[in-house]
Design a binder for this molecule. Structure first.
Ligand code: DC
Length: 233
């Protein structure tokens, strides 16, 4: 992978938005791209995860959209990057690892489906990106959060490949599960994320589709940095 920082004067203040289904490689790819072009990385999924974690920890009914919406407005969620790790803080307490737990992953779709929750989160995300120079990733960053993004990308990969990647990630975290279980989980999440009423996952008309099934992480990053280079030249 070419690690040279990309320096283009035309890069200043732009918004790169990347959407795609679970396990398509959005998070890792977006983080590396942001580092290469000197942009801030915004992981919108981490915000829904942080709220889900809070709700599970405090035994809040996940179907209570009103209560979750109130929380989405007031709960302080912050990001801090240190040693190349994008750390997430909720109420000033670090929850970077906690929000990746399988129970949080499983329940985040339900929390993220509430209209009020989405509105609150989208507002925070737009505020975060108001000065541009941001790589935002999630499910609706190309369609709802930043519909006027300067470059929109839809990352995708087969369910099998996405489950395989998730398995490796979880193994690294010391969590044991099976490939079959993860495939089922991913299919369920795809269905929930794509069929929900409010801001479902979909490809924006003007998004560039990048199928990462047969790409290495380095290949994905290089490919998208090249897209940025040609789009913003
Ligand atoms: O990308 P992720 O797996 O960390 O996302 C966690 C959950 O949040 C997942 O169920 C989809 C949801 N999400 C969403 O609804 N909208 C976003 N912009 C980002 C994530």
């Amino acid at each position: 992978m070419e690690n040279r920082p990309l320096k283009l004067s035309s890069l200043k203040g732009k918004i790169v938005a990347i959407d795609g289904p679970a396990g398509s490689g959005k998070s890792t790819t977006s983080k590396l791209i942001a580092a290469r072009i000197g942009y801030t990385y915004l992981d919108t999924g981490a915000m829904y995860r942080a709220l889900t974690y809070y709700a599970l920890t405090n035994k809040i009914d996940l179907s209570d959209g009103e209560k979750l919406t109130k929380l989405a407005h007031i709960l302080p969620i912050e990001f801090k990057t240190s040693e190349d790790v994008n750390r997430v803080f909720l109420n000033g307490v670090e929850v970077t690892d906690e929000i990746r737990r399988p129970d949080v992953t499983k329940n985040a779709s339900e929390v993220a489906a509430h209209k009020g929750v989405r509105e609150a989160m989208v507002r925070k995300q737009q505020e975060f990106g108001k000065h541009g120079s941001i790589v935002a990733e999630g499910r609706d960053t190309t369609t709802v959060v930043f519909p006027k993004a300067d470059l929109k990308i839809y990352l995708n990969a087969t369910v099998e490949q996405r489950a395989q990647r998730r398995l490796l990630d979880l193994m690294r975290m010391g969590i044991t599960t099976t490939l079959e279980e993860l495939q089922e989980d991913i299919k369920n999440r795809d269905h929930k994320d794509s069929s929900r009423e409010h801001s479902p996952l979909m490809k924006a008309k003007d998004a560039v589709v990048v199928d990462t099934t047969n790409m290495t992480l380095e290949g994905q990053v290089d490919y998208i940095v090249n897209l940025i280079r040609t789009t913003f030249k």
